[in-house]
Design a protein around this ligand. Structure first.
Ligand SMILES: *Cc1c(COP(=O)(O)O)cnc(C)c1O
Length: 412
């Protein structure tokens, strides 16, 4: 098929040409005296993306799932009690992993389409007088439903309960796209993968651990070998890995971090907010609902669009792919068939999204959803025309500091 495939699943995301080119490298000796120049800067720069002042970054040849396992296995012991909220397929899979690692998981089930229930978390922690709960597990951006939880509010609830549990956050579909403040929110373990906001192929599982998390690792008894922080900590400070690192991905990561810092993290976040708002205008113009139940949880990286009950969402996705070369995300597990998802994260601009919205409209009309062709495209165009574009600022990497903590006039 001529032209580009329109990749609008919420991961893997589009890999910028510049990143692609930077990954075409000859292999080299990862134990050379030069290699640490690459790796040490990667650790330091990833910390800036996590907005962590005192954390330590680990890069595993893995995916986000491996990063989950590393975070859990290094800091917990079999039989430990943990508290987890379930509101979508990714929080569900994480809970499944915890159970398989032998943890005692207290699950708070909430409607899929809602976010982390901070009040309920606070109540449970407040009632845990013996402080048996060792960890609170939150998926920052539930990619299955297009819901972003309020990590700051979860932290406030934990502090109000004066509970010492560690805070674990899955930031796989938020880091590098949404404002993520590891230090400010006192997150102890944050995990991500390379193929979402970092705009790379899958293959890196990345963890940022707080000093408290590293302390917990000293007595944690869950079995780990490949994912052991201790092996990494013996070699990482000198710029080396305990085993062969995936060199092309590390070079790609160098470039993707450069791209993020050149745009400026705060501008990256503002761009995602702006693009997402345009997509939501389109969905409203179609007369359809999002899976997300309340505006406070709107995700700026993925929008899950509910299809009418007589339509199978999988049909929309298949027609979009076969007829229009457009890849949309599927409904997962209990949402299968009920929705389709538009990923809007990573290397993306307004016109790319207009193409995706146009293709989505055609596919929806083809399967019999009664929408007016062009209505969503026009609504997004109108939104993007009447709101200020995010300024294109180019700054030297050395000038970039942490993302602005202001929330109001971020794109002025
Ligand atoms: C994609 C995703 C994962 C899984 O990551 P893999 O890299 O596929 O292992 C986990 N959590 C969330 C929120 C995700 O979006």
């Amino acid at each position: 098929m001529a032209g580009r495939n329109f990749l609008f699943v919420p991961g893997p995301t589009n890999v910028p040409d510049r990143v692609l080119r930077s990954m075409v490298v000859a292999m080299e000796d990862h134990r050379s005296s030069k290699f640490p120049e690459l790796t040490r800067a990667l650790f330091a720069d990833l910390k800036r993306v996590f907005q962590s002042q005192d954390g330590e970054v680990f890069i595993f040849p893995s995916t986000g799932t491996g990063a989950w396992e590393a975070a859990l296995a290094n800091t917990l012991s079999p039989g430990d009690h943990v508290l987890a909220a379930r509101y979508g397929q990714f929080s569900h899979l994480w809970i499944d992993m915890m159970q398989r690692l032998g943890l005692e998981v207290q699950v708070i089930d909430v409607e899929w389409g809602e976010g982390a229930p901070e009040a309920r978390i606070g109540e449970i922690l407040g009632a845990d007088r013996a402080q048996r709960i060792k960890g609170v597990m939150i998926v920052h951006n539930e990619t299955a439903t297009g819901v972003t939880s309020d990590i700051a509010a979860v932290r406030r609830a934990m502090d109000a309960a004066q509970h010492p549990a560690l805070l674990y956050v899955d930031a796989v579909s938020s880091l590098g796209s949404l404002d993520f403040r590891m230090s400010e929110w006192q997150v102890d373990l944050a995990v991500t993968g390379s193929q979402k906001g970092l705009m790379l192929p899958a293959g890196l599982g990345i963890v940022c651990a707080s000093p408290r998390a590293l302390d917990a690792a000293k007595s944690a008894k869950c079995k780990r070998v490949f994912f052991d922080f201790a092996d990494m900590r013996r070699t990482n400070p000198d710029g080396y890995f305990p085993y062969t690192p995936p060199l092309p991905l590390l070079y790609g990561l160098r470039t993707s971090l450069d791209i993020l810092f050149e745009e400026g993290l705060e501008h990256v976040f503002a761009r995602h907010r702006r693009l997402a708002a345009g997509v939501r205008e389109a969905v409203a113009a179609w007369g359809l609902a999002t899976c997300c139940r309340h505006p406070r949880w709107y995700s700026d990286t993925v929008t899950a669009v509910m299809v009418p009950p007589d339509v199978n969402g999988a049909h929309v996705i298949d027609v979009a792919f076969r007829r229009y070369n457009l890849a949309l995300g599927a409904g997962l597990s209990k949402l299968a068939g009920k929705l389709f998802r538009i990923g809007h994260l990573g290397d993306l601009n307004e016109l790319m999204l207009l193409g995706a919205l146009g293709g989505t409209e055609m596919a929806m009309a083809d399967v019999g959803i009664r929408i007016e062709l062009g209505s969503g495209v026009a609504a997004a165009q109108d939104y993007w025309r009447r709101t200020d574009p995010v300024p294109k600022r180019r700054v030297a990497r050395s000038e970039v500091v942490y993302a602005s903590h202001s929330t109001g006039s971020i794109n002025t």
